[in-house]
Design a protein around this ligand. Structure first.
Ligand code: NAI
Length: 456
């Protein structure tokens, strides 16, 4: 039986990056993936949804071309079949890239289902399909799957194809006339943004009183208004009670209502995948369905690590990347640890949202003495030059005691691209006076950070 220094179960962002880094460092490494390398992110999540959203952006521009002095003759229309084919091409290119990188780093890949049989003196006994291998160390990176609550009619209508998850919706080759989105979180909003742009009548049913979960309240409200302008209807404080063959039944303010819908998207969160691969044979501790890890990605079992969505900490691909590196560095005996307080997040709707760190609300809840600045993006020349809707804002949260930034929240073009600059300022605890001395390129939308800093 072949013995590996490290076996990684799951080939998504957490798993493939861990394998790449370990292989690069000279560990004899294997990674086992039962579906496609790249995981949910590359195949049915982050990347494919961005190809959809870029088509929507082009479509939106074409529909409003006159705002920029461009005449488009005739009616613009979307070729959804082409959008899906293009998406498949993008996915293929990236998945091939992952496979090539694993090969370059001498990682052995198994396209098979993994099963942990147990542990003996040599290491962990793992089955990769029909092959048996031994792992001296194990990284679990099995990811997450959509939460499917026990709502009457839900399971049956997933089977009929009426109800879709993130996986199936990204393969729709026809634009539905109507779409009801259950859950106004990140997946729901990105898909609402896409489908409303390309002509679907979209209704979002959200249990809470606001959309976009923990997003800063004012930004969440601007996002809601922008999507409403595109025709999206929001039913907030509404709880779905049943799915019928032609739509969604929900309760709001004590009344039962129904939305008739051609398609339904279920996007009410995801849960860690901890079953079906023999994890129970290791007695790994779980909490609320996810693997418990410390800040070095160690579980309660020696030489077993867990990275990515499976530890339920921050279900984002870029968190998984960093966790993968921390796990491998820990294995290599290099000092490293996760810092979860400065993980940026982006919602790729149009307009786009970029956030990092504390909101005013979360900082105050922690008892921090904060100051906030809130300015419109119209302080940026490039923003005005390139947009016809000028409702974007930038909000900074400053810790008065340390005179450093602890949060930034922006809605508007490119915010997802430059939020990392603010992450660095927060992470490195740069003094506000030193941020004032940084030179920002002009004209750019990211200059908004500099403008806001000078308003403090
Ligand atoms: P989510 O946790 O972002 O949002 C789920 C929403 O559903 C919440 O607002 C919740 O209040 C609502 N909800 C729950 N039960 C409900 C019910 N019965 N009726 C109505 N509303 C209900 O989850 P989502 O959108 O499914 O995304 C899953 C994961 O994928 C998240 O962890 C997210 O961070 C990640 N993701 C990240 C993206 C990004 O960074 N751009 C893009 C897509 C997904």
């Amino acid at each position: 039986m072949e013995i590996f220094d490290l076996v990684v179960i799951g080939g998504g962002p957490g798993g493939y990056l861990a394998a790449e880094r370990a292989g690069h460092a000279g560990l004899k490494t294997a990674v086992i993936e039962k579906r496609e390398f790249g995981g949910v992110c590359l195949n049915e999540g982050c990347v494919p949804s961005k190809t959809f959203l870029n088509s929507a952006k082009v479509f939106d521009y074409a529909n409003h071309a006159e705002n920029y002095g461009v005449k488009v003759d005739g009616k613009t229309s979307i070729d959804q079949k082409f959008v899906v084919e293009r998406k498949n091409g993008v996915v293929k290119m990236l998945v091939n890239g992952v496979k090539a990188t694993l090969k370059r780093n001498k990682v052995k890949t198994f396209s098979a289902e993994a099963f942990i049989e147990g542990k003996d003196a040599e290491g962990f006994a793992i089955k990769a399909g029909d092959e048996k291998i031994i792992a001296k160390r194990l990284i679990i990176a099995t990811g997450s799957m959509p939460v499917v609550p026990p709502i009457p009619g839900l399971k049956e209508n997933i089977a009929t194809g009426l109800v879709l998850t993130n996986r199936e919706i990204l393969d729709l080759t026809e634009i539905p006339k109507t779409l009801t989105v259950i859950g106004g979180g990140v997946i729901g909003l990105e898909m609402a943004s896409y489908f409303s742009s390309v002509g679907t009548k979209v209704t979002v049913v959200e249990m809470l009183g606001k959309i976009a979960g923990p997003t800063e309240a004012e930004i969440s409200s601007i996002l809601q208004k922008s999507l409403e302008k595109k025709g999206v209807i929001f039913n907030l404080g509404a709880k779905v009670t049943a799915i019928e063959a032609d739509g969604v039944v929900y309760e709001k303010d004590g009344k039962t209502e129904k939305i008739v819908s051609e398609k339904i998207l279920l996007s009410i969160g995801r849960r860690a995948v901890t079953q079906g691969f023999g994890l129970e044979n290791l007695s790994v501790n779980l909490e609320r369905g996810a693997i418990v890890t410390d800040d070095q990605m160690r579980t309660n079992i020696a030489n077993v690590y867990a990275v990515g969505d499976v530890n339920g900490k921050v279900m984002l691909a870029h968190t998984a990347y960093r966790e993968a590196e921390v796990a491998v560095n820990t294995i290599l005996g290099k000092k490293d640890a996760m810092r979860y307080n400065v993980i940026p997040s982006v919602i790729y709707t149009n307009p786009e949202v970029g956030s990092v760190g504390e909101t005013e609300e979360s900082a105050k809840a922690k008892g921090l003495d904060v100051k906030c600045v809130n300015i419109p993006l119209t302080y940026s020349g490039r923003y005005i030059a390139e947009n016809s809707d000028l409702n974007g804002i930038c909000k900074l949260v400053i810790n008065k005691k340390t005179n450093t930034l602890i949060g930034a929240h922006v809605i508007g073009s490119y915010s997802g691209e430059y939020i990392v600059a603010v992450s660095a300022m927060i992470d490195l605890e740069v003094d506000i006076e030193n941020i004032k001395k940084l030179v920002f390129p002009h004209p750019t939308v990211c200059e908004i950070v500099r403008e806001a800093i000078f308003q403090i």
